[in-house]
Design a protein around this ligand. Structure first.
Ligand SMILES: [Zn+2]
Length: 133
C-alpha cells in the first residue's frame, strides 16, 4: 500500500470559516466519508499527477455551506466532495487524466474553468463528468 500523506486538516481548513468564526468540524459520519474520499480519490490523484494538489474547499458544515452559497444538498456537507486545483494544469487537463485512470469517483466537475469538484460515494458511483460555466 502506498503512503497516505493527505491530512484531514486539508479538508477542514477554510478562510471563510475562519473569517466568520465558524467551527468547521465534521461529525463521525462525515469524517468517515472524508477518509473514503482521501483513500479512493484524493491520494490516488496526488500519486497520479505527482504535483501539488491543493484542496480549495473540502468539508463544509451547514453554516459554512450557506455562506459560500453551496446547494442545500451539496456533497460537501457530508464529506463526500472536495474542490481542488493542481498547479500548472487546467481543470480540463486534470479531468481528462483522471478519466483515463482507474480512479473511482461519483462526479468530476469542471467548475468555471477554475477548479475541479470531485465526489465519492460508498456505493453507486456514477462516473459523471460535467462542466459548469
Ligand atoms: Zn465542490
Amino acid at each position: 500500500m502506498r503512503l497516505i500523506n493527505f491530512k484531514i486538516s486539508e479538508f477542514l481548513k477554510s478562510d471563510t470559516a475562519a473569517k466568520n468564526n465558524i467551527n468547521n468540524i465534521p461529525d463521525f459520519n462525515s469524517l468517515d466519508n472524508i477518509l473514503d474520499l482521501i483513500i479512493n480519490c484524493m491520494q490516488p490523484i496526488r500519486n497520479l499527477f505527482n504535483l501539488p494538489v491543493i484542496i480549495t474547499s473540502g468539508f463544509r458544515c451547514q453554516k459554512l455551506n450557506k455562506i459560500v452559497g453551496g446547494s442545500a444538498n451539496s456533497q460537501h456537507l457530508v464529506g463526500c466532495a472536495a474542490d481542488f486545483k493542481i498547479k500548472s494544469l487546467t481543470p480540463d487537463k486534470i479531468i481528462q487524466k483522471i478519466k483515463n485512470s482507474n480512479i473511482e469517483y461519483d462526479q468530476l466537475i469542471n467548475e468555471y474553468d477554475k477548479w475541479v469538484h470531485i465526489s465519492y460515494r460508498k456505493d453507486k458511483n456514477r462516473k459523471q463528468i460535467l462542466k459548469i460555466k
